[in-house]
Design a binder for this molecule. Sequence first.
Ligand SMILES: Cc1cc2nc3c(=O)[nH]c(=O)nc-3n(C[C@H](O)[C@H](O)[C@H](O)COP(=O)(O)OP(=O)(O)OC[C@H]3O[C@@H](n4cnc5c(N)ncnc54)[C@H](O)[C@@H]3O)c2cc1C
Ligand code: FES
Length: 251
Amino acid sequence: MKQTYNCELIQKDELCPGIWDFVVKAPEIAKQAQTGQFLHIACGGNTLLRRPISICDVGGKFVRFAFQIKGEGTRLLAAREVGDIIDIMGPLGHGFTANPGEKAVVIGGGIGVFPLLRLARETDSVVFLGFRNKDMVVMEDDYNEANGHVVICTDDGSYGYNGFAVAAMGEYLLENKADVIYCCGPKPMLKTVKQIAEYRKIPCQLSLEERMGCGIGACLTCVCETTDEGMAKMKQVCTCGPVFNSKEVVL
Ligand SMILES: Cc1cc2nc3c(=O)[nH]c(=O)nc-3n(C[C@H](O)[C@H](O)[C@H](O)COP(=O)(O)OP(=O)(O)OC[C@H]3O[C@@H](n4cnc5c(N)ncnc54)[C@H](O)[C@@H]3O)c2cc1C
Ligand code: FES
């Protein structure tokens, strides 16, 4: 059984309406956390199951995560106050694998931008971040601090590049080479990035999102289809992922 920790909420900020940025004191998790791994958080109230939220950043004894209010669990979590104790299991799952010296493209959309911040900081990369509109743009300053090549894109053109982040990435790849693509975002984004990566023969790692129960491989709530044969075809996103080689998953 993966260990749980009582973590003090040190800081909370609302990034835009309904999207919260939390920092908790969690030295054991901070020590182990790899980019792309997630936390399984007990939200309290009547929510018996924990909710998976990606690790956004770590520093010293502290772990940062950000989340959008979707339903009861995230609503209860957002109501926690600084000084409260949050019950967190983690870090869980299999994160991104980055190699020194590689030229990377990092691409994220919506809440999928949160787990990519450390990759943006730690790799030699160009970063494409997609949002619906100007009001939904979050963490722009964090990304600009982490990486000198950040392209903010909005679907409606109200800020930055006018159009989807995948379109901006596609244009970039017409004239530039990349050794690897890292992506986290909604399914249509993952699908398009997978297609572009395979067409251009660029290795690609995708972070998948599925509803989760246990978070530790036992309940099979989170399975996804892979290209493996037989029994290994369906894999648990919580333990085999959430990050997969794009060639391994069927989207
Ligand atoms: C590995 C992983 C990492 C995640 N990281 C983040 C993160 O960093 N920030 C963030 O805001 N969210 C993240 N999510 C999504 C987050 O877990 C869900 O939004 C949350 O569990 C919803 O819980 P709830 O109780 O508020 O809503 P519920 O009442 O459980 O559901 C409300 C709505 O959200 C949908 N929903 C619930 N869980 C998921 C899910 N896993 N994927 C898609 N839709 C879902 C439901 O279908 C329903 O429509 C992540 C999910 C996974 C699997
Ligand atoms: S959430 Fe239970 S097996 Fe993945």
